[in-house]
Design a protein around this ligand. Structure first.
Ligand code: CO
Length: 134
């Protein structure tokens, strides 16, 4: 079912500061910030040769990463994103296996313009998993 690792997401309290760390200290290629109101985050992409890092900052009052940052005030690894060939088929198979899909179970368009779903961390070794249509 799983394809490539699309990205690792890191939630951060201050996106400008995190951007400076990746761009200036780690000398990585970093995108301009992109606001995603539907997902309650502002995101910056760090492009690596084999994958991406997403730096996520809360956007708006009820951002889904706000509680995570309350627990991890200096930031931390938030989720892993795996590519799948057919997101609806993957979801149906996972639900049949007893896994919980977050939200209403319908794929939303994610940061890369492709359908995504999130899976409950308690069903996946304590890690929030995002699936993205390849
Ligand atoms: Co993501």
């Amino acid at each position: 079912m799983l394809g490539r690792l699309n990205h690792v997401a890191i939630a951060v309290p201050n996106l400008a500061k995190a951007t400076r760390v990746y761009r200036d200290v780690l000398s990585a290629s970093v995108s301009a910030p992109l606001t995603l109101p539907e997902h309650g985050v502002t995101v910056v992409f760090v492009e690596l040769p084999n994958t991406k890092i997403e730096l996520l900052e809360p956007l708006g009052e009820d951002s889904p990463i706000a509680a995570f940052l309350t627990k991890n005030p200096s930031g931390g690894m938030h989720h892993l994103c795996y590519e799948v060939d057919d997101i609806a088929a993957a979801r149906d198979q996972l639900v049949k296996e007893g896994a919980r899909v977050l939200g209403d179970g319908k794929p939303k368009i994610g940061a890369h313009g492709k359908p995504v779903l999130f899976l409950h961390p308690k069903d996946f070794c304590g890690t929030l998993v995002e699936l993205e249509q390849a």
